[in-house]
Design a binder for this molecule. Structure first.
Ligand code: ZN
Length: 166
């Protein structure tokens, strides 16, 4: 078995825990459901992707990512309130959800729901983790070449590549 190393076009399967500066767990994978991402396709924040380049199966380590290599610096943007009616009626809107909003020049940009107040949905144009230093603890469990479909989609289809979707 040849040693595969993390490089563009490889699907990487890993366990990770993401903590904030104060040690609070912000996000993590579970043993039953490790995370899979396609290297070189911006599936994960740039600082983490860069740090994993060239690592092999079994790599275990702590990786600290600054805001600029993470979800960006936080700008002093006030959250916006958008009428509930602007969202799909059948959908239950909850904090943490992401939508694509259309800007003044028809550009599409993601917005994050941070609260619901009566018939107003409070949204932020920045990722909730913008401005935060990210402390990752990762363990690389597997590396495999991406399939043609995965390369075309720009994301992996599950850890084994057999998830069917859209
Ligand atoms: Zn896909």
């Amino acid at each position: 078995m040849s040693e595969s190393l993390i490089a563009d076009g490889q699907v990487v399967i890993m366990q990770y825990t993401l903590r904030g500066d104060d040690g609070t767990v912000l996000d993590e994978s579970t043993p039953d459901d490790p995370m899979a991402y396609l290297h070189g396709a911006e599936n994960i924040v740039p600082g983490l992707e860069k740090a994993l380049e060239g690592k092999g199966i079994g790599f275990k380590g702590k990786i600290t990512v600054s805001p600029e290599d993470g979800y960006g610096e936080r700008e002093d943007d006030e959250p916006d309130a958008i009428p509930r009616a602007a969202f799909p009626p059948e959908m239950e809107i909850e904090p943490g959800m992401t939508f694509m909003a259309e800007g003044p020049n028809n550009e599409h940009a993601p917005i994050w729901v941070i609260g619901v107040e009566g018939d107003k949905i409070i949204v932020d144009s920045q990722h909730p983790l913008a401005g935060k230093t990210l402390h990752f603890e990762v363990e690389v469990l597997g590396i495999r070449p991406a399939s043609q479909d995965e390369l075309a989609h720009g994301h992996p289809h599950g850890a084994d590549g057999h998830d069917h979707h859209h």
